[in-house]
Design a protein around this ligand. Structure first.
Ligand code: PLP
Length: 450
């Protein structure tokens, strides 16, 4: 039973990103099954999964086709590697379809097992690229404060989350962070477009300050996901693109969350008009059914990495894992053949955004923002002054717990509540999500002292 499972879990399982005090007080929620957009826990509670797991179950739960291809592939060839001139048919098929779906100038992929591995890989690729061009000192990568790019030493260093850096002496050398285009919290009196431009120009200022001869690349998510679904003003990406072009530095668009339909386009880069040299991918690549990631590489970079030299001394046992690749390939076929991403773009995305914006009528909600099927609301003390509650994080936690009681998984990033549901969510289910969010906001308002 649940308490027995929780006791064993407490004794033997070290959880990622979990407050051990909360864990000891409340125990773990044991999730036992799922279907479509819903998950069930061991107590029989049904929850609408407003986060698609960790932003990844794009085609929804319970897709038998994905289980079947995994089963068939495991019987045929459960494992072989892609080192030493080897590969497998699923890895070949997946690389081909990814090249078809990616922007035209991107035609090759390096496979990994996760988004963190993808971002570690991208650092090595950037450094290798400049090394091969005879400029090994161009090893610095500029990233953004409050970004999340993974949990390995390099991923957490690329990320700009202070509380992660504080654990373990990060970032590693060669990574610097500039501001994020978070207008609501940091824009002050500037209008959003002016703010977007100013924040983008920090990239240029940093290049000039540190010296172009040291800077290899800039990395950012098209929209910052785990940092709080921060949607850049329209002025932001064109200015970043201009600066990268002007100084010839490589542009990395981390597509781990945005990739595979979240914005209503295949990639966040398509949505924002970004022309990246690298796209780290994971999550929605397999809809989370099996772990797999990759780095998609532009022709200009891939040509240097492959033509110039022999061996790139980098790779993972599970790079191109055949069962994971077979599942990812089938997942992409489902997304394409069932027109799931077009539906997000034209139908469910606009509907969610319309209904989501209605939350701004709630007294606690300072801003409701989003694109496609991703969104955030800011819970604030004073809407007119854009003033947050003093102890940032507390109110978000209250709202998150209220959501769970009301049968909805919504995530709290401080006092920013975020959603990223499976891409197959229907309009009726969006209505259900909004109703549950509203009820939870009411309960949160009632629970705030004073
Ligand atoms: N990059 C981004 C933008 C992410 O959101 C994440 C995970 O949330 C990662 C990288 C790391 O991916 P993984 O957890 O698969 O290592």
């Amino acid at each position: 039973d649940t308490s027995e499972l929780q006791a064993i879990d407490r004794k033997h399982h070290l959880h990622p990103f979990t407050d051990s005090k909360e864990l000891n007080e409340q125990g773990t929620r044991v999730i036992t099954r799922a279907d479509g957009v819903y998950i069930w826990d061991s107590e029989g509670n049904k929850l609408l999964d407003g986060m698609a797991g960790l932003w990844c179950v794009n085609v929804g739960y319970g897709r038998k086709e994905l289980a079947e291809v995994a089963y068939e592939q495991m019987l045929e060839l459960p494992y072989y590697n892609s080192f030493f001139q080897c590969t497998t048919p699923p890895a070949i098929g997946l690389a081909e379809i990814l090249a078809e779906l990616a922007p035209d100038h991107i035609n090759r992929v390096f496979f990994t097992g996760s988004g963190s591995e993808s971002n570690d890989t991208v650092i090595r690729m950037v450094r290798r690229y400049w090394d091969l061009l005879g400029e090994p000192q161009k090893s610095v990568i500029i990233s953004r404060k409050n970004a999340y790019h993974g949990s390995t030493m390099a991923g957490a260093s690329l990320g700009g989350m202070k509380f992660m850096h504080e654990q373990g002496g990060l970032p590693i050398p060669g990574i610097v962070h500039i501001d994020q285009p978070y207008w609501y919290a940091e824009g002050g009196d500037q209008d959003p477009e002016e703010f977007g431009l100013n924040v983008a120009q920090q990239l240029e200022a940093t290049i000039l300050d540190m010296g172009l001869d040291r800077i290899g690349a800039f990395i950012a998510e098209p929209l910052q996901g785990a940092g709080g679904v921060i949607i850049p003003p329209d002025s932001y990406w064109p200015e970043i693109g201009r600066i990268c072009d002007k100084y010839g530095i490589l542009l990395i668009a981390d597509e781990v969350i945005c990739g595979f339909g979240r914005t209503g386009k295949w990639f966040g880069s398509d949505y924002f008009g970004i022309k990246p040299d690298f796209m780290p991918i994971a999550k929605g690549l397999s809809s989370g059914y099996l772990p797999i990631g990759g780095v998609m590489v532009s022709d200009r970079v891939a040509d240097v990495l492959t033509d110039k030299c022999g061996e790139f001394a980098h790779g993972y046992t599970y790079s191109g894992h055949p069962a994971a690749a077979a599942v990812a390939l089938k997942n992409l076929q489902i997304l394409r053949d069932e027109h799931i991403i077009e539906t997000v773009e034209k139908d469910t995305g606009p509907y969610l955004q319309k209904r989501w914006r209605e939350l701004e009528n709630h007294p606690l909600v300072g801003e409701a923002r989003g694109v496609g099927l991703v969104g955030a609301i800011e819970i604030v003390k004073d809407k007119d002054k854009r003033e947050f509650f003093p102890k940032e994080g507390t109110v978000g936690g209250v709202c998150r717990d209220a959501c769970i009681r009301n049968g909805l998984v919504m995530r709290a990033v401080g006092d920013t509540m975020i959603i990223s549901p499976p891409l197959i969510i229907t309009k009726e289910q969006i209505d259900e999500l909004i109703e549950k969010a509203l009820k939870s906001l009411d309960e949160t308002a009632a629970a705030i002292p004073g």
